[in-house]
Design a protein around this ligand. Structure first.
Ligand code: HPA
Length: 246
């Protein structure tokens, strides 16, 4: 049974070297996931791929059905999830197109359905979320990056914003004071839902741009796309290296 899944983010709606075996449409008690899951083989290892924003990249961050996506992967027998995410860099050393494996989260999202534990409960459940990412998977990603000679930042705090607009410079200043190193729109509730389902989940974030007010000019979609081309090539190389080690 396939135990590893990759959730693709902006810039990663397919995996070049994935030998596709089948696409499967799935329904869940929480509605439809972002698309059919793709089962395939990557570097000798069975995996499942699911693009978070849909195969045509049409679902904005606040409209992603995070519960359906995570439920689908759990039902498919997945135990470990590598979540790829495009982010803005707040910390000065995080250059566009570089990679980071975050180790903490601050959640600024609102009005998203953010738990499986709300209906038909026999008792109220609070998951422990002190360390929001799976440390074993983070270490595997970092070790694979080192082996492959891919430069990578080994920790950082992911600030999850509501979107779909980018932030103001003042919001980024506040996030920096809060201890955030990177900013993205999809990290939550995805990570918390994975923990609720007892899935081992880690994020590989790629810096798409310097966060608002940190770069020399306004942030354009062209710049983001250009940086993601280079960054996602690194992500692909990292995935191919790490998958056989899991
Ligand atoms: N802010 C929030 N989400 C993002 C950004 C950003 O600057 N870049 C890519 N995703």
């Amino acid at each position: 049974m396939t135990k590893i899944a990759i959730i693709g983010g902006t810039g990663l709606t397919s995996l070049k070297n994935l030998e596709i075996k089948e696409r499967q449409i799935v329904q869940t008690p929480y509605g439809e996931p972002s698309g059919p899951i793709t089962r395939g083989v990557l570097n000798g290892q069975d995996i499942i791929f699911l693009p978070r924003h849909g195969y045509g990249h049409t679902i904005p961050p606040h409209k992603v059905n995070y519960r359906a996506n995570l439920w689908t992967l759990k039902e498919a027998g997945v135990e470990k999830i590598i979540a790829v995410a495009a982010v803005g860099g707040i910390r000065a050393d995080l250059a566009p197109a570089s990679l980071i494996i975050p180790d903490q989260i601050v959640d600024y999202t609102w009005s998203r359905v953010n738990t499986f534990f709300e209906e038909g409960l026999t008792h109220v459940t609070h998951i422990d979320f002190t360390h929001p990412y799976c440390e074993e998977l983070r270490e595997a990603l970092l070790a694979a990056a080192r082996d492959a000679g891919i430069p990578i930042a080994d920790r950082g705090t992911y600030g999850a914003t509501q979107g779909p607009r980018l932030e103001t410079a003042a919001e980024i200043n506040r996030m920096e004071r809060d201890g955030c190193d990177i900013v993205g729109m999809t990290g939550m509730p995805e990570a918390a839902l994975a923990r609720e389902l007892e899935l081992c989940y880690a994020t590989c974030a790629v810096i798409a741009n310097q966060a608002a007010g940190r770069g020399p000019a306004e942030i354009t979609m062209e710049d983001i796309e250009k940086n993601l081309v280079a960054g996602i090539d690194r992500v692909r190389a990292l995935l191919e290296k790490v998958i056989p080690t899991l």
